[in-house]
Design a protein around this ligand. Structure first.
Ligand code: PLP
Length: 840
């Protein structure tokens, strides 16, 4: 051991368990559930609640995870392997119980155990609240990545904030409007997590910067008189699939420093001093509910720095303990993947820690930083690009701002020497945007400080290189790479769709859960009549299940023989839920005018949350609800068309929705959706996509072929040229179906007692400045929907398309995505945990 390594507190060895000793059989599990219920939780016959039963089961499982967790951790330590920290302000985890049972391979034994105790596993699983620490796709991607990293046995740890309130619960009021209810998901505690007070970190804010030392041996900067907050880590186990690996998601809670403000204390303001703790603890109070737009609030910047600094200091702590003061091999052993620019301040924070804490000079610190950081871009939408006012930075993080200025000065001189005299380029590329109120461009900071910059689908990466980041691509083409998103087949296929999983195992044998290329062998099965019947039966059962959920959550009755046409995702203009509603109104119009020959009955589901401050998105929700009400109550429509808004769309709802879907709507304006991952979950479950050439739709189409995808709409290039000039009035005038639809909306048919309620929506679509060009794609969308309706009437043809979609989904497994990240960016070695007993 190197002499400067920090030694650990010696532990009495006999205390430790080094081997697995907990049985994975039903009777051991029964005994543990009983023990935890009675002893750990102290329940008695007067205090039996569903939650206690759930908790006792979770603790019994957590004990079993704990053994594997420790051996995974020991193996990582022993191998001194390189590790990646995945930094993300969001992890949309959903529920953990079902996933844990699946990945530990003990579902059957637990089912047995639970029924011995007279309980029902399904009901116990319903007790769990979704961990909603994310908004949508970006947060769910992080969650899928953790599952894949553990399954591929890669030493990757996730870091997030332990928000006390996750994404709000969405209710729909009598007027059809979204109402946000706080999601106090920790109210009954979280039995999965483990508080690790031994790893608390101190995070600094405000204060001022001081120069110490003389010019001789150089000088150092000190950040003093700061307002500090403690970051307390909680660890959540992330089991791999049947492989003995358990990785960690570390979520950080903000806690006031213990000491009180003495001046206040002496002035007799004891209560105020204690109450002042609130300010610090607000940092981890609530997740910002904006998807694809920045909040611009100071508290958000505090959250970003809090998470980033906690994670980096945590890695430094472990480095000092295990490796000592020598940081020269640090970059060979560490990588930080930045999930969007939210944690981009990591670039400056690592510089600060290396210089101010470790006494390193600039060049040495920069050489390390630039070899550790990797940045993933998630959007091209300008409203989502994060910029923080320099003055906010100066107030809140003065030392960090100094470092950013220095990074920028050195960077700009590099730009100047590459393109002498091109001052316009310099100001375009600068990390600081000059102006009345100068801003820090977080994306520029992330690119300058990283060795890798990736987009999340082929089209998106191409657009990054050609557009948004073109200047940077010209300078550093080697930094840019694509990593098309994926989703985990464990949660979204094996767990969500047990009927299909059973059929897959029966047909393909075991192992498809970790190798979706095996699903290729389904292709020839489209000719096998018995197999086709079985596939149809599975889909039908899933539709009955989904219809049941819909009946209970919004009281609309769906006929499982109708086509289930689904669009669930955050509500945003670019995702064009409005285009979907225009089609619904067109179908309604056809029914009303008697154009119903060869009709395909259809149930249209739309769901998703709108950011609370995004007025137009909330209007879209009301519009959907108003339209649904008129259509569903019209006796002339009957079973031909039903429409419903699914309230509170979330991960656990998606697990029921995707398996029961026939047609998946992925209809964003081309060039606007970076990748999409909902599209992949549906495809995996045998839904056919109706979609534009956007994000990963392009790659889905490549895999399944034109015959198995309903393609429509302008391409990204066409959107760009058609924009000037764009004349929606002419489009309306030249399309009779569209004229009738607009006329119906204009006549207040869907808002008879609410005059003008949808004027803003109509206005946005009719504006020549409509960035989403909704009306430009109307005709092409209606035609594609008609093709889909015709295909659906031939059930055997449809089933063939469904099977082929599932058969071609391998490229969209997050295992493939993570293998790509690892091959090109992280370069980690898989580590098989050592343990005497090598079963899962
Ligand atoms: C997958 C998923 C998303 C992302 O959906 P997109 O269609 O890609 O926007 C959002 N929210 C939840 C709950 C999801 O499961």
């Amino acid at each position: 051991m190197a002499k400067d390594k920090k030694s650990r507190t010696p532990l009495p060895e006999p205390l430790l368990i080094d081997e697995r000793e907990l049985g994975m059989d039903a009777s051991s599990i029964v005994a543990d559930i009983r023990r935890h219920f009675n002893h750990t939780l102290g329940c008695d016959k007067h205090s039996i609640s569903a939650h206690h039963l759930y908790e006792a089961l979770v603790i019994a499982l957590r004990d079993r995870l704990m053994e594997r967790w420790k051996s995974t951790h020991y193996s990582y330590q022993d191998e001194e392997c390189k590790r990646t920290q995945y930094l993300s302000l969001e992890f949309l985890m959903g529920r953990s119980l079902g996933n844990t049972l699946l990945n530990l391979g003990i579902r059957e034994e637990v089912e047995k155990a639970v029924s011995t105790l007279g309980l029902e596993l399904e009901k116990m699983m319903e007790v769990e609240r979704d961990a909603g620490l994310g908004n949508g796709g970006l947060g769910r991607l992080a969650a899928c990545f953790l599952d894949s990293c553990a399954t591929l046995q890669l030493p990757v740890m996730g870091h997030c904030i332990r928000y006390e309130y996750g994404i709000f619960r969405q209710e729909i009021d009598a007027q059809g409007e979204q109402v946000e209810k706080p999601d106090h998901w920790l109210a009954c505690g979280n039995p999965w997590e483990l508080e690790r007070t031994e790893f608390i970190q101190r995070i600094r804010f405000r204060g001022r910067v001081e120069r110490i030392g003389d010019g001789d041996k150089g000088f150092q900067m000190r950040w003093v008189d700061t307002d500090d907050v403690l970051a307390v880590p909680y660890d959540i186990p992330i089991p791999g699939y049947l492989n003995g690996t358990v990785n960690t998601l570390r979520v950080w809670k903000a806690v006031a420093v213990e000491e009180f403000d003495l001046t206040q204390f002496n002035a007799g303001s004891y209560v105020e001093a204690v109450a002042g703790r609130m300010h610090a603890e607000n940092i981890s109070k609530v997740l910002y509910p904006n998807d694809a737009s920045e909040s611009g609030k100071e508290l958000r910047l505090r959250q970003q720095y809090f998470l980033t600094s906690a994670a980096l200091q945590d890695v430094m702590r472990r480095w000092l303990r295990d490796q000592g003061e020598d940081f020269s091999p640090f970059a060979e052993k560490n990588c930080f993947q930045l999930n969007d620019t939210h944690p981009a301040v990591a670039v400056a924070e690592l510089m600060r820690l290396l210089m101010d804490r470790q006494g390193m000079g600039w060049d040495q610190a920069w050489a390390i930083t630039i070899r550790c950081m990797a940045y993933t871009n998630h959007t091209l939408l300008p409203e989502a690009l994060e910029r923080w006012p320099v003055r906010t930075f100066r107030e809140l993080l003065p030392r960090i701002l100094d470092i950013i200025f220095e990074i920028n000065a050195r960077f700009l001189s590099q730009v100047a020497s590459r393109w002498p005299g091109d001052t316009e380029r310099q100001s375009r590329m600068s990390i600081i945007e000059e102006g009345m109120d100068p801003q820090v461009r977080m994306a520029h900071l992330a690119i300058v400080g990283s060795f890798s910059v990736n987009g999340v689908a082929a089209l998106h990466t191409k657009l990054l290189k050609e557009g948004l980041f073109k200047d940077f691509y010209d300078l550093w083409p080697e930094k840019f790479n694509n990593k098309t998103n994926g989703v985990t087949p464990r949660r979204f296929l094996a767990l969500a769709n047990p009927g299909l999983s059973e059929l897959l195992t029966e047909t393909l044998g075991v192992g498809w859960e970790v190798d979706l290329t095996k699903l290729k062998d389904l292709r020839p099965k489209t000719k096998d009549k018995t197999f086709v019947r079985k596939w149809q039966e599975v889909k039908r059962r899933n539709k009955v299940h989904l219809a049941k959920m819909m009946a209970s959550c919004c009281g609309v009755k769906f006929n499982p023989d109708a086509m289930f046409d689904v669009q669930v995702k955050r509500i945003h203009e670019y995702k064009r839920q409005l285009l979907n509603v225009l089609h619904v109104i067109h179908l309604y119009d056809r029914i009303k005018r008697g154009d119903t020959n060869d009709w395909t009955p259809r149930c249209v589901f739309i769901g998703g949350k709108a950011a609370p401050g995004y007025w137009l998105a909330k209007r879209i929700i009301k519009f959907i609800n108003n339209v649904a009400k008129v259509i569903n109550e019209d006796p002339a429509v009957g079973d031909r068309l039903k429409v419903a808004f699914i309230p509170n769309y979330r991960v656990s709802a998606m697990e029921i929705i995707a398996p029961g879907t026939d047609l998946s709507s992925q209809i964003s304006t081309a060039g606007k959706e970076a990748s999409g991952t909902g599209n992949m979950k549906f495809m995996m479950n045998g839904a056919v996509t109706i979609g534009t050439l956007d994000g990963a739709n392009v790659e889905i189409l490549e895999e399944v072929g034109k015959e198995n995808f309903f393609l429509f709409g302008l391409t990204e290039a066409e959107v760009a040229t058609k924009r000037k000039p764009y004349d929606p009035e002419r489009i309306i005038h030249e399309d009779e179906d569209l004229s009738r639809v607009i006329q119906l909306i204009d006549s207040a048919h869907f808002n008879q007692f609410e005059p003008g309620a949808f004027d803003a929506l109509i206005g946005s679509m009719r504006s020549p400045g409509d960035p989403w060009m909704t009306l430009a794609d109307f005709r092409s969308f209606i035609d594609a929907q008609q093709r889909a309706a015709e295909a659906f009437r031939d059930q055997d043809r449809w089933t063939k398309m469904s099977i082929i979609n599932a058969a071609c989904c391998a490229r969209f497994s997050s295992d493939r995505t993570i293998a790509d990240y690892n091959r090109d960016i992280w370069k980690l070695k898989p580590v098989v945990p050592k343990l005497s007993d090598q079963t899962a």
